[in-house]
Design a protein around this ligand. Sequence first.
Ligand SMILES: [Zn+2]
Length: 675
Amino acid sequence: MRAPFTLSLVLLLGAAAPVSAAAPHGIELADLDRTVDPCSDFFGFANGTWRANNPIPASLSRWSRRWQAGESSKEKLKDLLEASMKNTAAAKGSTDQLIGDFYGACMDEPRVNARGATPLTPWFAKIDRIKDVAGLQSVLTDLHDVGLYVPFNLTGQQDPHRPVHILANLGATGFNLPERDYYLKPDVRFKEAREKYEAHVAAMFQLAGWKTKAAGDGARVVMAMETKFAEAYLDNVSLRNPAATDHNTTFTGLVAMVPHFDWAAYFRHKQLPQDVDMNVDQPKFMQEFDRQLEQTSIDDWKTYLKWQVLTWSAGALSAPFVEANFGFYGHYLAGAAELKPRWKRCVESTDRLLGEALGKKYVDKYFPPEAKARMQELVRNLLLAMRDDVLSRPWMSDETKERAMAKITTFNPKVGYPDTWKDYSAIDVKRDAYFENFIAASRFAVEDDRRTIGKPVDRGRWGLTPPTSDAYYNPLLNEIVFPAGILQPPAFSVDAVDAVNYGAIGVVIGHEISHGFDDQGAQYDFLGRLRNWWTDADLAQFKERGACVVDQFDHYLIDGGLPHNGKLVLGESIGDLGGAKLAFLAFRKSMEGKPRPANVDGFTSEQQFFIAWGQFRGDAIRPEQQKLMIQTDPHPIAKYRVIGPLSNLLEFREAWSCKADAPMVRPEDKRCEVW
Ligand SMILES: [Zn+2]
């Protein structure tokens, strides 16, 4: 998906501490810091003691009970993979053969190390043979075939005007610092990142056998070309606007936009007819690509491409490449002190490339049907709460309410795992060739995606693998998706009290539902079409409510004093605010007509609900990672995902009997409410 898709797919993970058995009710009393007043700093109160006693592991950039649960899932995946590895009788193409050999080849570190940079030889040789733009195009096409999409990509995407149909989407890539500001802004932190990046590129070239001077010159070429691409790229806030990347284009229009690329040959190779429906995310970027095709020397393009191959495949190469790559991206940019153990990197790589084969084994063993049933019930109740909430909005006209209702009734929840599983049996996976396995599996993923173009949408596809500890909303399918990996404590447990399930996963469900009605999601109608369904007056009211949230988060500083960008985190913050409120409404409704649940250690059910949210969102985050997040992540840091929404809720104030001027109670003229 393009811009509207806000997933946190990049999990920087490492050594896991053992997970203590959760108390049956689900509230972690020992995590509370009772020296902190809940009305002053609820984040500190809810889990300050846990954070004080559980420093972030050296190989990670953030840490909480939720991250810990994600790490322990990896240990389960490791056990499954080791069992598959030992099944030497597994037939070629069977799940055990595919995942066992993939993981086994990755774990054969001596062999990977002994090969050094040699797996790159055929790729570098191809690049060296380039003599002209036609040769350059031929190599770009080969790289695209294995998923190295530079400087643009071609993927199957739902047509935002006809979401039942998959069109060919040309997206912009082109550079490898986290975001365009890193190339362009004069601030010290960006300037330093540029210097470190250029040094990193040079160091990687040297590892690949280049002499010092050539490596330094090469790094400057890479920096210059990537900077030009960054200049033509949209900024992080503009990228949140679906209209900014909505450019339906004909083949003739594309040729006019990028005349120096042989699109006829490219489409032929991709087996796409020229009259295929097509969108170009960023025409200005594509024009810059064309300019560089014409004006950048072939030698510079060769250097640029070698760098792209090198940085893209670094994780599949020998230890020096892996370590240098970690030194820049993991250590310098994200603050982790050490590399994750190899087994964990190999688990992640298998999950990334053969995720549904591994994921099926995971859910068979660890995701019982009763968990799915309980979760489906929670989703139903949250959707009912959203319906009640929308109907009670005093500022919304009946006309807009009716359209919102249509959207709520067509929400499609997916829970746990896909109904049909991807068949990876065509991938040639070998026990002794990790790099080649990586290429083969990436090639499969590209082809699997390409085949969707020009066809009706397949509603059964998933954007996350089943063991992933995350969730998402897709506005074009109007679907909310919760993989099995997130459906474990501290988010969810069939044994926990309702207050905890509603306060943790319930808020997550409400958050994903609210994405359907955030600054992006509200632009899509009940059929997933990018189409305004609001009356002008209602839209103005909605935007005014969003502006309140933007202002709130503009004032939240990370460690070190830099502010959040309220516009960048608006969608996620509307999600959290709406999510907390909807889950609370649904929870209260679930208690109607029943005897009042018992207090836990003196905490009422309402208080337990809020503690559960605070404990689920309890991340300690390294300062480097916080700096990276305010630039690249539409999610605020965890502290403000707790304090931000709860300080807007009168229900929170009431549950904790906070005074009107308490820090966790926003003054009336600054209190935000969207849903
Ligand atoms: Zn979200």
